[in-house]
Write a new protein. Sequence first.
Length: 193
Amino acid sequence: MNTGVLLLAAGRSRRFGSDKRHAPVPGGGTLLEAAINTLRDSGLPLRVCLGRDDRALQEELHGAGIDCLLCPHSELGMIGTLGDGIRARPQPWDGVLIALADMPRIRTATYRTIAAQLRTDRIVVPFYRGQRGNPVAFGSKFFPELESLQGDRGARALLLHYPDAVHRVEVDDPGILCDVDTVEMLQGLAAAT
């Protein structure tokens, strides 16, 4: 499998109150940098999906050697960003992990484990102590549907529609459940460090 990662980083951070991608995290750097650094360490090909107006951030990331995509439908939310990312994915990819920029605690090994379990006709979902988390990975069989998702259920609808294709992977990584939606959640990360 030639599996890459789409890091969805186009959100407007309404619940956070400001652009959380630039929020500092314990240990240094920003929330976005923490996610990118972990993914780069995984060795998996990475493309960061940004909002359609994020030209300055795109230039900054390009300057650091990071592949970025300005998503023309990012105003539709995660569904629009995901669809744009799948449509513009590098052609050799026959599998994609969908990672979220506000999940800085996922371990590098977890990304590798999920990628290793992926097949073209499989959806790989990580679980920690019985709870479903992120990132979720999709084989190329599901790309056409990911490109045309609508509504508020997003890619989760595919998990319900194709239960036989879902492959559960138990991981010893509570980071798959830890997304940062508010300033208080970010402060909680600092307290746990």
